[in-house]
Design a protein around this ligand. Structure first.
Ligand code: CTP
Ligand code: MG
Length: 236
């Protein structure tokens, strides 16, 4: 007797890496700057590609990217599929990447969108995200409760007020959603000001789960961040 095939949703990583890194102030986009012996992007991709629960890794690059090829030729991007379809914003890059992989994924597969600029994500935090987001959840994201006291400025950059920080979290990545929901949410958000995937999912009325992130999973943004990322990578 034939038993019906049970199709288990897979975990797929999609890494937007089509930015220019203006705040870093270098001519080379920050994802290609040298960090602990490799391009920064190598670390990010390697962490995802070697994680046993991730079935595939896609990276979204700028259409005219000339740096990834050299990195791949050095064996630095094995098991990663490049997509040369980056957009003008992070949301557009993610949306274009999702559309480009439509034939390779099922609607129920989970897509973990992870910033190229977060090379220090630990395997433990990735496991926590996958473990804590339930089958019944809309999805979820790594995030950190705000630790510092928050001040609102006035026009003179003096303190106008102190904001309550209770219940506030800083969003990190990966952010993990069902492929079908995420494409539809980003399509509907269109040019609206969504800075992360969760924002698009919230706009369609769903509530992503907050999963405890980690300080080491910060986003490399300014020149001094490279030194901290190097220390972390060389000691882990
Ligand atoms: N990103 C992207 N496409 C864009 C803009 C950003 O794929 N049009 C990616 C970046 O490559 C990065 C991630 O989204 O991995 C997070 O964005 P951010 O840290 O802001 O990177 P940049 O936009 O490159 O940096 P900056 O804002 O300083 O210019
Ligand atoms: Mg940016």
């Amino acid at each position: 007797m034939l038993t019906p095939a049970i199709i288990v949703p897979r975990y797929i990583a999609l890494v937007p890496a089509a930015g220019t890194g203006t705040r870093m102030g270098e001519s080379l986009p920050k994802q290609y700057l040298e960090l602990a012996g490799h391009p920064l992007l190598h670390h990010t991709l390697h962490r995802l590609a070697t994680h046993p629960r991730i079935a595939g890794v896609f990276v979204v690059l700028a259409a005219g990217d000339t740096h990834f090829g050299a990195m791949a030729a050095n064996g630095s991007a094995d098991a990663v599929e490049p997509l040369y379809c980056g957009g003008d914003t992070r949301a557009a890059s993610v949306y274009n990447g999702l559309v480009a992989i439509r034939d390779a994924v099922a609607g129920d597969d989970w897509v973990l969108v992870h910033d190229a600029a977060r090379p220090c994500l630990s395997a433990a935090a990735l496991d926590r995200l996958i473990d804590e987001v339930d089958e019944s959840d809309a999805g979820g994201l790594l995030a950190l409760p705000v630790a510092d006291t928050l001040k609102r400025e006035d026009d003179d950059r003096r303190v106008a007020s102190t904001q309550a920080r209770a219940g506030l979290w800083q969003a990190q990545t990966p952010q993990m959603f069902r492929y079908g929901f995420l494409v539809e949410a980003l399509r509907r958000a269109g040019a609206a000001d969504v800075t992360d995937e969760a924002g698009a999912i919230e706009r369609i009325g769903l509530k992503p789960r907050l999963v405890m992130g980690e300080a080491r999973n910060f986003k490399v943004t300014y020149p001094e961040d490279l030194e901290l990322a190097k220390l972390i990578l060389e000691n882990s």
